[in-house]
Design a protein around this ligand. Structure first.
Ligand code: GLU
Length: 300
């Protein structure tokens, strides 16, 4: 099996410079450590027709390339079902009938971490479960043995995070992100996960799940996000932030790649030329504040 890094966008819309910077970083981490680079489209949820093609085009335009055919999560349901069946056979899952509201309103145990599932359906008797099945389709949750789990992150060091009885399959039948990501990374031989640091809090759950499934836990590097001038994570409403918008005001994809590389302390130019210069230890630890390139303020 190869050793690989990856970028795993959700095809919900066009990528913006923040997403593109994370992709460039993931590519640089992979290539500078002799790994392949893979692209996985996380289309289980929030997919918008046409977005995948736009995203792949924009990634290529900034120089991000991949070494195998693109994988789509909607084509891999069997793998996810197998993993859930394995956990179920070990008594590690249960059906949950709670609505969002019931979860919010349930009394939580003292010291329970905020947002953690309170465990209501974990304790249902067979008879109660039978009654509830008639009223609502169930989601499948993990019967977790732990309350927290520790991961090692290349940029954040040791990170301890909450593990609750997370959802593995939603009650509309769609596989949950945390399960799919763990199964896919292992099945694709991905042993290096580089992504935005907004996903760091989910990482202990994923590492725990990988461990239960007997899968290798990848190396992690959670990179700083790109923010607007109010220090808020960059979004489409922040003006010209996609390659399409930027091209319309005269900023080419090559120029955008140059700005991204310079924000990382690397020379502008082809991505391949940045590989020998790339040193994860030298990466800026702070978010990158996106400023509309000079001269364009009035056109955005
Ligand atoms: N598909 C997720 C997103 O676009 C990223 C998941 C990951 O990198 O693990 O936010």
């Amino acid at each position: 099996m190869t050793s690989a890094g990856r970028f795993a966008p959700s095809p919900s819309g066009e990528l913006h410079v923040g997403n593109l910077r994370t992709a460039v970083l993931a590519w640089l981490f992979a290539k500078s450590s002799g790994r392949d680079f893979l692209l996985r489209v996380e289309d289980l949820d929030r997919a918008r027709s046409g977005a995948e093609a736009e995203q792949l085009r924009d990634l290529q335009a900034v120089g991000v390339s991949w070494d195998a055919a693109v994988v789509r999560q909607t084509e891999r349901t069997e793998l996810y079902d197998d993993a859930i069946a394995r956990l179920t056979a070990e008594g590690r899952t249960y059906e949950c009938f709670c609505t969002r509201r019931e979860i919010q309103e349930a009394p939580t145990a003292p010291h329970a971490p905020q947002g953690a599932y309170p465990g209501t359906c974990r304790r249902l008797s067979d008879a109660e479960r039978e009654i509830r099945r008639a009223s609502r389709p169930a989601s499948i949750r993990l019967r977790s043995d732990v309350k927290e789990w520790t991961v090692e992150d290349q940029l954040h060091g040791k990170y301890v995070g909450v593990v609750d009885d997370l959802v593995l399959r939603r009650n509309d039948g769609v596989t949950a992100y945390n399960l799919a990501v763990v199964v896919d990374d292992a099945a694709q031989g991905i042993d290096q996960v580089v992504r935005g640091d907004d996903l760091l809090p989910s990482t202990p759950r994923q590492a725990y799940l990988a461990t239960l499934l007997g899968l290798q836990v990848p190396e992690y590097a959670h990179v700083p996000l790109v923010v607007n001038h109010d220090d808020v994570r960059l979004a489409k409403r922040d003006g010209a932030v996609t390659l399409g918008d930027l091209a319309a005001v005269g900023i080419t994809a090559d120029k955008v790649r140059g700005l991204i590389l310079e924000s990382l302390g690397l020379p502008a130019g082809p991505l391949l030329d940045a590989v020998p210069e790339f040193d994860p230890g030298q990466l800026p630890k702070e978010p990158w504040v996106w400023k509309t390139p000079r001269g364009l303020e009035s056109s955005t």
